[in-house]
Design a protein around this ligand. Structure first.
Ligand SMILES: [Fe+2]
Length: 458
């Protein structure tokens, strides 16, 4: 036991002391949409002459003795202008015991170079707890304070609702504003729990590869299910500006992720999750994208809970970003298929709506202000009346970036009719605990102080 603890300590030190890693190993949801015995592990290394030294990964149940080798260890070479070419490794872990902790080791040329403990995904029968926040990657004190608090609580997984790194989703920005904040020895969150990433405008909307050849790093550094709509086949391919070599370098590095990974779905515990790329370069009023979303949600009606995440909020009371209402085009599907919570960020504060339904007006534009007809469930109070008739929309974009409209939380007269809670003077994150048909939601600030709470039941 002591030997093992020393090994973990030693390896953890090694990961930052040696040249092995540019980015130390971090857990990822992986490609599987629902297999609780699997997760992925990623890390980045320099592309040095000895880069071919073989990596292996093995796992065992926490406290157990029998190591299980990873199903596969693969890598891609990222070679974009302005960044030294480097290798991005992905190991597919298998044989995990659902819901239980496991130990893992990364070996290079037979030597252990990293070790940590993780937590396997949970099945429908198990309780789970997770954190959601967005708009985080600034490398500032609020981001670090939120990271520290989340690490203290150690949820089963974290979902980030976009704007993962400011301000252009560059490789250089991930190295300064993401990995060091959430995957350090003091805050070892990413090596212990999977973080799930949803794209914001600052992550993937940069298309000028002449100026920012290392943008779009989201597509290199996350391993998530590739079950989203093929945006090229849907007639909405991403377009980039730059010379052919820069564009090809991105395509080579990103592979299939580029056309699929912005939107995806998966199951965790007794919930079905859908992540949507809500950036304005996609038109979610278009039938082909809506068909994918409708099919996905329709197939998930047997799940106890349904959660949807998108960066831009459909219903926002802040003065900031108020005129970006295009996410309202999918609100009808949220209510039709009984989505319970819709998480967004983009707006750097916390907001909660009444349970609501929304019908887009006949002449509404695709972008900008999207008028329509609301219905509110005002009976729901989240305390004694906990069964909501329609989806609740959450803005949880206070994960680190400068707060928006900090005074507005206290100016209730300035809130839109759909908003029932608005906290804009502190950085915060959503903390959700689900046990069967009961969901406890808390919004906590960076010191762990509660700024909102409600309970949902089925
Ligand atoms: Fe944003």
């Amino acid at each position: 036991m002591l030997k093992h603890l020393l090994a973990i300590l030693f390896c953890s030190t090694l990961s930052f002391g040696a040249d092995t890693f540019i980015t130390a190993p971090y857990l990822q949801l992986g490609a599987s949409t629902n297999d609780a015995t699997k997760l992925s592990l990623m890390w980045h290394t320099p592309d040095t002459p000895d880069a071919g030294a073989k990596f292996e990964v093995r796992v065992k149940p926490a406290g157990g003795t029998k190591w299980v080798p990873a199903e596969s260890v693969d890598h891609r070479r990222i070679a974009v202008r302005e960044i030294e070419p480097h290798l991005v490794y992905t190991a597919e872990l298998k044989g995990l015991k659902p819901g239980l902790e496991f130990d893992y080791e990364v070996l290079r040329a037979g030597e252990v170079v990293f070790a940590s403990r993780g937590l396997a995904r949970k099945t429908a029968a198990q309780s789970y707890k997770f954190v959601v926040f967005g708009d985080s990657g600034q490398n500032n004190a609020p981001q670090k304070a939120v990271a520290k608090q989340v690490n203290l609580l150690m949820p089963d997984f974290v979902q980030v609702t976009g704007d993962i790194v400011y301000s252009r989703g560059r490789i250089s920005e991930y190295r300064e504003k993401h990995f060091p904040i959430y995957n350090s020895e003091a805050v070892p969150l990413l090596r212990r729990r999977p973080m799930i990433g949803v794209v914001g405008n600052h992550d993937t909307a940069t298309s000028d590869l002449t100026k920012y050849p290392d943008a779009l790093a989201y597509y290199y550094y996350w391993t998530q299910p590739l079950n989203g709509p093929d945006v090229e086949a849907a007639g909405q391919p991403r377009r980039f500006e730059g010379d052919a070599a820069d564009i090809q370098a991105v395509r080579d590095g990103a592979g299939d992720s580029l056309k699929r990974m912005g939107s995806f779905s998966f199951d965790y515990g007794n919930a079905h999750w859908v992540a949507l790329d809500m950036n304005a370069y996609l038109d979610w009023s278009a039938p082909k994208l809506r068909e994918w979303l409708e099919r996905d949600l329709k197939a998930a009606q047997s799940a106890t809970w349904r959660f949807v995440t998108m960066h831009q909020p459909a219903f926002n009371s802040s003065k900031a970003h108020f005129k970006e209402q295009h996410p309202r085009w999918v609100a009808d599907l949220m209510e039709k298929y009984h989505v319970d919570l819709v998480f967004a960020g983009h707006v750097h504060n916390y907001q909660r709506t009444y349970p609501l339904t929304f019908k887009v007006a006949a002449d509404a534009p695709k972008l900008g202000l999207v008028p329509g007809e609301f219905q509110f469930d005002r009976e729901f109070d989240g305390v004694s009346k906990t069964k909501a008739k329609s989806p609740i929309y959450i803005v949880t974009g206070a994960g680190g970036a400068g707060l928006y409209d900090p005074a507005q939380g206290d100016e209730q007269g300035s809130w839109q009719s759909y908003t029932t809670k608005f906290v804009s003077n502190v950085n915060s994150f959503s903390w959700i605990e689900v046990t069967g048909k009961k969901l406890d939601f808390k919004q906590l600030d960076a010191t762990g102080r509660e700024v909102d709470r409600f309970t949902l039941t089925k």
